[in-house]
Design a protein. Structure first.
Length: 366
């Protein structure tokens, strides 16, 4: 294993051109700084928004900047007072009315879909909160009195900025009373535990050996991500991190929904199944708060899994929020390790950049 650890260190130095490992290490400190960035002293307009009786929150964003909206929606489903809906696209939903608060998030501030939807909403009288490092989106806050900015931290790829973005999103919604406020002591204890998880899963350390072994086992197999409905934001974010960091496809199955369709393709008790199922690598994300019937379903699926390559990754924490963040930490380290084992720079996203270059030839947005 010493040789393998030396090898992964060499790969890190050779391939990690933009410091993705360092950004992953700082995930918890990013959260901590973001939570403290949202207060009335620095953002006096918060009090005005707090007095409004919003029907719900419509979250604009794409890619890593949209992930926080997914997390907010699940947390709100479990304990919030209003619905949260995530919208990825150029056009404002036809059902939207101005009594829905708009949360527009773009790490760069230049995501064209988010800009287009936000501009459309502002023309129709929306109240918008922008979370961005700058760009056109932040500039809208200078042009519209009902558009407010929570500045974020730049200098890194958007998918590594989740800690910066989500902490600001969550702190805002807690301040507005749309999601229950986490106590100071509870939050501090959560951050301590998450920091321990971050260090424990660093694949360059001896404690991260199991994660590195898992990454090595995933190299030669197609990947499936399964888990209960509450874990869906973590499943989606993990898939996206596998796509971008590792350059790998991944499929998602959510329990119990997949038990009514996709489970047939997995087989396990019959021959009416996909021939490729036995080569699949399955990662099952779980947590202590699963509904008892969902727990039974997951146990049955594990017992009848058709592949020899299956792992349960159990989210640690005393709340849904902490469990989701714990899964983010584990999966971020895993996808970077897998990228290095494939000989890929985890920051490289050449197809995305090529598409942006192609689209820039025609900057019109219909």
């Amino acid at each position: 294993m010493a040789d393998e650890m030396l090898s992964i260190d060499d790969l890190s130095q050779q391939l990690d051109s933009e410091g993705m490992i360092g950004f992953t290490q700082s995930f918890v400190s990013d959260l901590e700084h973001g939570f403290s960035a949202v207060d009335e002293k620095h953002l006096p307009w918060l009090q005005q928004l707090k007095s409004n009786d919003w029907n719900g929150v419509l979250c604009f964003g794409m890619g890593g900047s949209a992930a926080g909206g997914d997390f907010l929606a699940r947390i709100a489903d479990a304990s919030g007072s209003k619905p949260f809906i995530v919208h990825r696209g150029y056009q404002l939903p036809s059902w939207w009315t101005p009594d829905w608060l708009i949360l527009a998030t773009s790490h760069s501030g230049n995501t064209e879909e988010t800009i287009a939807a936000t501009e459309s909403a502002l023309k129709q009288g929306a109240t918008v909160v922008v979370i961005a490092t700058g760009g056109v989106l932040a500039g809208l806050c200078e042009l519209h009195e009902n558009c407010h900015l929570i500045p974020s931290i730049g200098g890194q790829p958007p998918r590594t900025a989740f800690g910066h973005l989500f902490s600001r999103q969550l702190a805002l919604m807690e301040h507005l009373g749309l999601i229950p406020q986490q106590g100071d002591d509870e939050r501090e204890a959560m951050l301590v535990r998450l920091e321990y998880a971050c260090q424990a899963n660093d694949f360059r350390n001896a404690s991260g050996t199991p994660l590195l072994d898992l990454a090595m086992a995933l190299r030669e197999h197609p990947i499936a991500l399964l888990g209960p409905t509450e874990m869906q934001p973590a499943l989606v974010r993990c898939k996206n991190q596998l796509n971008e960091n590792s350059g790998r496809f991944a499929r998602i199955g959510v329990v119990p929904e997949m038990n009514h369709n996709e489970i047939v393709a997995w087989g396990g008790v019959s021959d009416d199944a996909d021939p490729a199922r036995e080569d699949q690598a399955i990662l099952i994300l779980t947590w202590d708060g699963m509904h008892p019937r969902v727990r039974r379903r997951v146990d049955w699926m594990i017992e009848h899994t058709p592949t020899d390559f299956a792992w349960r990754i159990h989210g640690e924490g005393t709340s849904l929020l902490e469990v989701l963040l714990h899964h983010c930490i584990v999966m971020d380290w895993l996808t970077i390790a897998l990228a290095l084992l494939h000989g890929k720079d985890p920051a490289a996203i050449r197809p995305i950049q090529a598409l942006k270059g192609y689209l820039s030839d025609d900057a019109s947005i219909e």
